[in-house]
Write a protein that binds this ligand. Structure first.
Ligand code: NDP
Ligand code: 8X3
Length: 249
């Protein structure tokens, strides 16, 4: 029987690339996000069975309904990739926008919890599974103006450790992937659609590609049952810390 991966934020970037990569190694994919047309496009790109689920991770009832709607043959979830998330804004704390703060905490932290709450019981029934949370270098080091985004990723780090402790007896692996700069739609979302400003973030060095993170996740989920790659920091070679990047100007 083919394994199943449930991926949040599969409409773009790291989630999309991981859906494609895991499908290539034989996974059936449950692909989720808010943009239904992107999930249709992903279905066309993937030459494997895929089940699209459209919901906003902030909407607890929608998350419950989506997971409850899974047909029996899609309920044996082997991998949960908690990836949906973004930064909204980049401003000193005194100038921060409350709506941006709410979005980051509601999506990156509470959304991850809502999805996990619905999937963990399915994994407990089978006494197996692998939860991978996407944290960030920003969940390890705070950088200027990153305040609430960094706080949301520090929370992901704490939740990952908590999940690993609480699920230790159940045979469920819990891992965290902490990327540095990856060129996706991330900065475009952070800067509210300002593509020019977004591009400047990745100029003068080679950032990671979403496919690099997908490769890593594919490696993690294909380790033997007794091996858990618990936490991995993955940076572009040009990046040494959240704020130290060797630019080739
Ligand atoms: P993208 O903007 O390309 O992708 C973000 C994904 O999250 C989209 O699929 C989006 O889907 C989904 N998403 C956002 N908000 C919601 C929501 N409310 N409900 C459901 N899905 C949502 O960025 P990345 O691929 O780069 O980001 C993926 C993860 O990686 C995030 O958690 C991010 O914090 C983390 N990360 C990114 C880094 C980078 O440099 N790019 C570095 C470190 C970590 P849709 O809009 O269709 O709902
Ligand atoms: C995304 C990486 O440095 O833009 O988490 O915050 S960074």
């Amino acid at each position: 029987m083919k394994k199943i991966a449930f991926i949040t934020g599969a409409t773009s970037g790291i989630g999309w690339a991981t859906a494609v990569a895991l499908a290539k190694v034989g996974y059936r994919i449950i692909a989720t996000g808010r943009r239904a047309e992107r999930l249709d496009a992903l279905r066309k790109e993937i030459d494997q069975e895929i089940l699209p689920l459209v919901f906003d991770v902030r909407d607890k009832q929608a998350v419950k309904a989506a997971v409850a709607s899974l047909p029996t043959e899609w309920q044996q979830i082997d991998v949960l990739l908690n990836n949906a998330g973004n930064a909204h804004g980049l401003a000193p704390i005194q100038d921060g926008d409350e709506l941006d703060w709410e979005m980051m905490l509601d999506i990156n932290v509470k959304g991850l919890l809502y999805v996990s709450k619905e999937i963990i019981p399915l994994m407990l029934q089978q006494q197996a599974g692998h939860i991978i949370n996407i944290g960030s270098v920003a969940g390890k080091e705070v950088y200027a103006n990153g305040n609430v985004y960094c706080a949301s990723k520090f929370a992901v780090d704490a939740l990952t450790q908590g999940m690993r402790l609480d699920l230790n007896k159940s045979g469920i692996k819990v891992s965290e992937v902490n990327p540095g700069l990856v060129q996706t739609e991330f900065s475009e979302v952070r800067f509210k659609g300002d593509k020019e400003r977004a591009e400047t973030i990745y100029q003068g060095f080679q950032p990671l590609r979403a496919e690099d993170i997908a490769d890593l996740i594919t490696f993690m989920v294909t380790r033997p049952a007794h091996v858990n790659l618990a936490e991995i920091l993955i940076l572009p070679t040009a990046q040494a810390s959240a704020t130290t990047v060797k630019k080739a100007y």
